[in-house]
Design a protein around this ligand. Structure first.
Ligand code: SF4
Length: 407
């Protein structure tokens, strides 16, 4: 087994990462998963790992608690199921792309054209492992909170469909370069990636300056049409093409057991699943009656089924004991706050619980973070005027969940 070799690399099937609870793999299936495939993944997570399955904020799947010898077995098992990890530079479309009745345009052809050009020009080998592109067709589940090097977002200009190109960051923080049609969007995206590659393997699009980007921006239209930034809540009912529905469920604090995932997959029969950003799992092509039955199963199994569930407002990293760097039992603290003080979660901010100062799971938008340190907790508020009494409650609850409480 090859552990992570490239600087800044993410854990993958080929290069798992050692964590506090064993080896961890992360992968994003190229397409959806059949219910059978999802059920078999759940079996393998129990057989080869510790039975904990996670869906990340970017909509990737993580399997925890593997061993040095079981991680390759898992990778082989997934290959036998025909599950391919997204390879090369990640070009991401939303989980309902091509299905969503509310999207402006199906973003998959544009994403495919970008992937093809990346492959033809062999740029991938010159780019860092985290360099990514989002292609958002403007549907119900926006990609606005996903950080990317190049962001393309569809909008309508009269009868014309155009793409806004922004670089570096999430939608709120990225820098607008200009607008163009699909051909312009492909050419400009490839030009930005090539520019990043010329700066070296550790470079990201945020490192590019005006001089680097002048020629690319000059080829785009500068008209400034407003595209509001939206948050993606994967939990709920989404009408899709053909008069059917997709139903999204949330994993509380990003985790579910292999038993729960396996049972949900079994209840879904022959339906397809997609992983969704913000820790969601979508079942596709359901008739209304099927959706009601599946949602009743999801409820019983502990998945989040209501879009207003307070657990959706709490973001945690792995925390103790799963992460060896953690000083805080993040999941336990999150459970504690939701069950005893859900009044604090009024929807005006996200509560982020971080096991250490690294803040791996830092959400965008207004948020309050409880950070675990060796002998205490710290509260950090970003774009939130936090009342002193709430700060005191969070500190006191946080201290109760330190992994090594002060003696
Ligand atoms: S923030 Fe710290 S404790 Fe949490 S997963 Fe990252 S390294 Fe581990």
């Amino acid at each position: 087994m090859k552990a992570q070799l490239r600087r800044g690399a993410c854990p993958s099937l080929a290069a798992p990462m050692l964590s506090g609870d064993g080896w961890l793999v992360r992968f994003g299936p190229e397409v959806g998963l059949s219910a059978t495939q999802l059920g078999k993944i759940a079996d393998m997570a129990a057989r080869y790992g510790n039975g904990i399955i996670e869906i990340t904020s970017r909509g990737s799947l993580q399997i925890r608690g593997l061993t040095a010898s079981s991680a390759p077995d898992l990778a082989a098992g997934l290959a036998d199921l025909g599950i391919k990890d997204r390879s090369g530079t990640s070009v991401v479309t939303g989980p309902l792309a091509g299905y969503d009745t509310t999207e402006i345009v199906d973003p998959r052809p544009l994403a495919g054209a970008i992937r093809d050009r990346i492959a033809q020009l062999n740029i991938f080998h010159r780019l860092g492992p985290k360099v990514s592109v989002t292609v958002d067709g403007g549907g119900a589940l926006p990609l606005d909170e996903i950080v990317a090097d190049v962001r393309l977002h569809a909008f309508k200009d009269g009868a014309q469909i155009l793409w806004r190109l922004r670089i570096g960051g999430d939608a709120a923080g990225a820098r607008a370069l200009g607008n163009g049609n699909a051909q312009h969007a492909v050419a400009a995206t490839i030009a930005v990636l090539d520019c990043v590659a010329r700066k070296g393997i550790d470079a990201r699009a945020r490192d590019l300056d005006d001089r680097d980007l002048a020629t690319i921006a000059a080829a785009l239209n500068r008209s400034d049409v407003s595209i509001p930034t939206r948050s993606a809540n994967p939990v709920g009912l989404f009408p899709i093409r053909g008069g059917m529905f997709a139903r999204g469920y949330g994993l509380a604090f990003g985790q579910a057991t292999s038993d729960a995932i396996g049972e949900l997959a079994a209840a879904a029969g022959t339906h397809e699943f997609r992983l969704a950003p913000n820790r969601g799992l979508l079942a596709l092509n359901l008739a209304r009656e099927e959706e009601k039955i599946l949602t009743a199963h999801a409820n019983r199994l502990g998945f989040i089924t209501e879009s207003g569930d307070p657990r959706l407002a709490v973001i945690t990293c792995a925390g103790a004991p799963a992460c060896a760097s953690a000083h805080l039992m993040t999941k336990a603290l999150a459970e504690d706050i939701v069950s005893t003080r859900r009044d604090l979660l009024d929807g005006s901010f996200r509560l982020h619980v971080s096991g250490c100062a690294k803040r791996c799971a830092q959400p965008s938008g207004p948020n309050v973070t409880v950070v675990g340190h060796e002998a205490n907790c710290e509260i950090v508020a970003e774009n939130v005027a936090l009342a002193e009494n709430i700060c005191a409650i969070l500190l006191s609850r946080g201290r109760a969940h330190l992994s090594a409480p002060p003696g």
